[in-house]
Write a protein that binds this ligand. Structure first.
Ligand code: THU
Length: 151
């Protein structure tokens, strides 16, 4: 169920994000977000937005999930599901912010990577990262292509 030709189980990814929404820490904005990211290993990593009394120190759910995956040795995102809304409710589709789109860009093939913003397990919008962040700037634009520099 929910598995298209690309083998991405959208329902499972959305469900994982929904289950973790309760962990979002957003006492200042009152807007709670949760993300679940599927990596090419087949593993799913979660993240929620975590705010701070010093406002700019907070982080979005999407980046938290991606950094969680990268910190566990992962490097390639296949898909991410995002849910959120005021006071831990899901009223509308929650689209990723510009900074999170750029962070996704670092670890995927933009024409293939799926961004899923969901209102429920079956009610969701889906776009590729390339559609959300066209003509993007990525690792290949740099001489070292994201590899460690020799100094
Ligand atoms: N937020 C996310 O976690 N992801 C997004 O893509 C949009 C915004 C968070 C950041 C902040 O904690 C709260 O939502 C309000 O902006």
């Amino acid at each position: 169920m929910d598995i298209l030709e690309d083998n991405i189980d959208r329902g499972k990814l959305i469900e994982t994000a929904m289950e973790n929404l309760k962990y979002s820490y957003a006492p200042y904005s009152g807007f709670n977000v949760s993300a679940a990211v599927l990596m090419n290993s087949g593993k799913i990593y979660t993240g929620v937005n975590v705010e701070n009394a010093s406002y700019p120190a907070g982080i979005c759910a999407e980046r938290n999930a991606i950094f969680h995956a990268v910190a566990c040795g992962e490097r390639e995102i296949l898909a991410i599901a995002i849910v959120g809304g005021p006071d831990h409710t899901i009223i509308d589709y929650c689209s990723p912010c510009g900074i999170c789109r750029q962070v996704m860009r670092e670890f995927c093939e933009p024409e293939k990577m799926r961004v899923i913003f969901a209102r429920s397990k079956t009610d969701y919008k889906e776009m590729t990262l390339d559609e959300l962040l066209p003509k993007s700037f990525g690792p290949k634009a740099l001489k070292n292509e994201g590899k460690i520099r020799k100094v």
